[in-house]
Design a protein around this ligand. Sequence first.
Ligand SMILES: Nc1ncnc2c1ncn2[C@@H]1O[C@H](COP(=O)(O)OP(=O)(O)OP(=O)(O)O)[C@@H](O)[C@H]1O
Length: 235
Amino acid sequence: MRAKTVRAGRTLVSAQQVSVGYDGNPVCAPATFTLEPGQVLAMVGINGAGKSTLLRTCCGMLKPLDGRVELLGLKPDPRSATQRAAVAADMGEASFFPSLSVAEHLRLVCLGHRVPQADQAVEDILIDLDLTRQAHALPDALSSGQRRRLALAAALIRPRRLLVLDEPEQRLDHTTRLLLADRLTAERQAGGGVLMASHDPDLVAACATAVLLVGSDTRLMSVDEGVDAIHEGLS
Ligand SMILES: Nc1ncnc2c1ncn2[C@@H]1O[C@H](COP(=O)(O)OP(=O)(O)OP(=O)(O)O)[C@@H](O)[C@H]1O
């Protein structure tokens, strides 16, 4: 699979002592990290550790309780045109138009993000994510794994500098997980950045460049340490 063109440049995400949570109550210890172009940062941690909350805060869907977070050098704001053009996010809760087919959803994304040669791009991503046979299917005729693949396809078909993925491995079969690992590796090799939460040690080992263990002692670690943390049940 081919990665979309991404411009080299400034820090994609910068978090300094960022505390995240709800109603003023932090859900984990503060996080400090940066994500540069060409890097894949995997957030790992047990259920309820705060990974999704941290991802949402990095995207501006939640305000930090304390500390500072910047996305592309700016305060995160999911409504900003700059952020929407640069950040492709799949937070695992995609919803679909009930009367648009798989291919029509992807064409709509291409239209919204001015993807050139959209028909070819749709054909390519359908092949990449093994959705060709479902191209004309409506969302309610898809399996849960096929819906996940459509959500991933919608993120991968559009131009971007940063991919934000919340447990992208969920509901994917083994072959598609391997393909996802290849795709994320290609993303960083092409100069893109990936910020993701994951429970999958194989995915983290295959494509991450660093790991953030999220929890009562949120801290950066190497990929090997992160994979061990998952196996040891810290994640
Ligand atoms: N909208 C919300 N309002 C209040 N508390 C919330 C909300 N969403 C999540 N939480 C709580 O915040 C904590 C962290 O949840 P979060 O979804 O960030 O964890 P996670 O690390 O992504 O977990 P998992 O691995 O299970 O997906 C949990 O205790 C959860 O119950």
